[in-house]
Ligand binder design. Structure first.
Ligand code: ADP
Length: 476
């Protein structure tokens, strides 16, 4: 008789075959998979286990006989269907000693093998599709460069001869758009090369302090434009020359620095370079980029180094970007044998640090083995080395003398931009003013909002009126 109590319903629909039999070998339960695969109907119950596994079980009197070792190990058996054809299975038969029953669980080995082959095939096809896609992306982006550079070249030629102020402004906008587009194209190109494993580093000897000067010069315009403090320190232990991929180190630093500057409205950005280890002629360099900007929520920090990831949609709308930069940095840093890390606190700033291994010349290697101690830079532990916490938070707390000073400095810059009709910069200073007035009384917030709207609408008269109103509030 078939046992079909409700406790067995769970196993009824299992994908593997399940048979329960007693000491005589008589099958008392078979689930749907067993009935289907063995091509019996409900008459499977009542048959003997020796009908299913005749090579391993036989009936002798009241009991079945077997050489089979019961237990948790999976064994290969040959299962016979009703029509006496057979197929290999992977089976596990447990001896339920207290009930006198045996439970057999078996999988069709051919099906498993077939499934394995199918999975391998799908994987192969997916890898091929990935490769084709990466190559396609690499080719398209490469092709995009030519027209963009064509537009850029022509715009620059026109800029050399154009005297009309309005037309010059339009040409500058086109020039900036082309530069931005080139940055995106280069990022996609690097990303697809890295993903396809086709990226190779090109090490050569270079002067590290010259490289850092070059990086600083790249960002000086933005630093002055935003009125930020900027500090760069290089430990004396860092040698003069190193052998590494200068272009890629510059790329990582440029990415971290432009993020630091993009997301910092007030305060300072610091860069530090240390030598943290040496093994023969290989040294580890440690770079730290610290900013006092908007910071990143702890929960979002893990996502940062994933491709196409930006902290949230409102940030990408406001600041732009593809979210590829940090992923590329991570892959480059890892190619150079290092790690990249972030520590940040929302509203207080961020610390990005990375290590890389480079070579030094034979003389440099012999000259000094001295290294810098690895310091911990974290918001939680305070940043006594490079950052003065109190100074930083004061600058953002509404009403403190530092805040008032920063506010009046940025208000003058705003009005200067408005007078020069540089609305883009004016918007940036408006953002800084908004950050500086966080926590201000409601009426100040109202004036700020009015002022911001006027700046966005490029309305000179309304801005100057709003400016006067705000100044009165602040002075009162
Ligand atoms: P993109 O290539 O678009 O600039 P990144 O990978 O460099 O993107 O950065 C991804 C996101 O990480 C940014 O959009 C921003 O939300 C966040 N982020 C990176 N650096 C900083 C920083 N210094 N301060 C605050 N947010 C940051």
């Amino acid at each position: 008789m078939e046992r079909d109590d409700s406790s067995l319903n769970l196993v009824r629909d299992a994908l593997e075959m399940i048979l329960i039999f007693d000491r005589t070998g008589k099958i008392s339960y078979a689930n749907t998979a067993a009935k289907t695969k063995l091509e019996y109907g409900s008459e499977l119950c009542g048959r003997n286990i020796s009908d299913i596994f005749p090579n391993d079980f036989r009936v002798e009197g009241e009991r079945f006989k077997t050489e089979y070792l019961f237990g948790s190990e999976i064994r290969s058996l040959m299962a016979y269907r009703k029509n006496l054809t057979c197929f290999p299975v992977e089976a596990k038969i447990n001896d339920e000693a207290d009930t006198g029953m045996y439970v057999c669980m078996a999988n069709d080995a051919l099906e498993k093998e077939h499934l394995g082959k199918e999975i391998a095939q799908v994987k192969k096809e997916a890898q091929l599709a990935m490769k084709v896609k990466s190559e396609f992306v690499a080719n398209v982006t490469h092709e995009l460069r030519t027209p963009v550079n064509g537009v850029l070249g022509n715009v620059r030629e026109l800029l050399d001869v154009e005297t009309d102020g309005q037309k010059q402004k339009t040409l500058r906008t086109i020039e900036r758009c082309c530069d931005d587009m080139n940055k995106i194209i280069n990022n996609i190109l690097d990303f697809s090369k890295l993903e396809a494993g086709k990226f190779t580093l090109e090490p050569r000897k270079f002067q590290i302090r010259d490289m850092l000067d070059y990086v600083k010069a790249n960002h000086m315009g933005k630093i002055t434009e935003k009125g930020l403090d900027f500090f760069m320190t290089v430990s004396p232990q860092v040698p003069e020359y190193v052998i590494g991929d200068e272009l890629r180190i510059v790329q990582i630093l440029n990415n971290l620095l432009s993020n630091a500057l993009k997301f910092t409205a007030v305060g300072k950005v610091t860069v530090e370079v240390l030598k943290t280890a040496q093994v023969n002629d290989r040294i580890e360099l440690f770079f730290i980029v610290i900013d006092s900007g908007i910071g990143i929520d702890k929960a979002d920090q893990d996502k940062l180094f994933q491709s196409f990831s930006q902290v949230d949609a409102s940030i990408s709308r406001k600041y732009g970007g593809t979210g590829l930069g940090l992923n590329i940095c991570k892959q480059l840093v890892e190619l150079m044998g290092g790690r990249i890390e972030v520590d940040s606190e929302k509203g207080r700033g961020s610390i990005f640090s990375f290590s890389i291994w480079v070579s030094v010349t034979e003389q440099e290697a012999k000259a000094s083995f001295a290294t810098d101690a690895v310091r911990t830079y974290s918001f939680a532990g305070g940043m006594s080395n490079s950052f003065d916490d109190s100074e930083k938070s004061d600058a953002k707390e509404y009403g403190t003398p530092e805040n008032q000073e920063a506010l009046s400095k940025n208000l003058s810059k705003l009005i200067l931009c408005v007078e020069m009709e540089n609305w883009e910069k004016a918007e940036m200073f408006m953002d800084i003013i908004r950050q500086l007035t966080q926590g201000a009384p409601r009426e100040v917030g109202r004036v700020i909002l009015k002022l911001k709207m006027a700046v966005q609408k490029e309305n000179y008269d309304k801005v100057t009126a709003g400016f006067e109103e705000l100044k009165t509030f602040l002075q009162g």
